[in-house]
Write a protein that binds this ligand. Structure first.
Ligand code: GDP
Length: 140
């Protein structure tokens, strides 16, 4: 077991539905500590840079429009195996395929508006955390 940090984003569909508190409760119940958190609205350019890895995907344009369409909550989560644990709590990308009891199953509206983001590897987590937070904003 390793103590890890991961980037979480509560996406615009979830802030619009006013369920950030419910999502945070699920993260806490899974043993993930929120050690940094802020609400912001991504610019289109920020969304494009954040999702650059997907720039050749057919959904890139729509995804960047969606992610800059309203406020998001960006968070750093810390815990044992936090990266995999958060992905487990989130559920599969497509809410229709997500396991019962996962955030995406219970709150996600579509494969795009799927309520939450979570880093998928140690390297990605490092890059994504640094994208939004400076070290002094993270208090473990
Ligand atoms: P994740 O790691 O489970 O978030 O999934 P990916 O890294 O594959 O995709 C990033 C994000 O792009 C997803 O969370 C969705 O918001 C969006 N996305 C993924 N696949 C599709 C798709 O087929 N269509 C659309 N419109 N959006 C998608």
């Amino acid at each position: 077991m390793a103590l890890e940090r991961t980037l979480s984003i509560i996406k615009p569909d979830a802030t619009r539905s006013n369920i950030t508190g419910q999502i945070n409760a699920r993260l806490g119940a899974a043993g993930l500590r929120i050690i940094a958190q802020k609400r912001l609205r991504m610019t289109r350019a920020q969304a494009e840079a954040f999702y650059e890895v997907h720039k050749d995907q057919p959904f890139y344009d729509s995804l960047c429009r969606f992610m800059s369409s309203g406020p998001v909550m960006v968070q750093v989560l810390e815990g044992e195996n936090a990266i995999a644990k958060n992905r487990e709590v989130m559920g599969a990308t497509d809410p229709a395929e997500a396991a019962p009891g996962t955030i995406r199953k219970d709150f996600g509206k579509s494969i795009e508006a799927n309520s939450v983001h979570g880093s998928d590897s140690v390297e990605t987590a490092k890059r994504e955390i640094a994208f939004f937070f400076s070290p002094v904003e993270i208090v473990g």
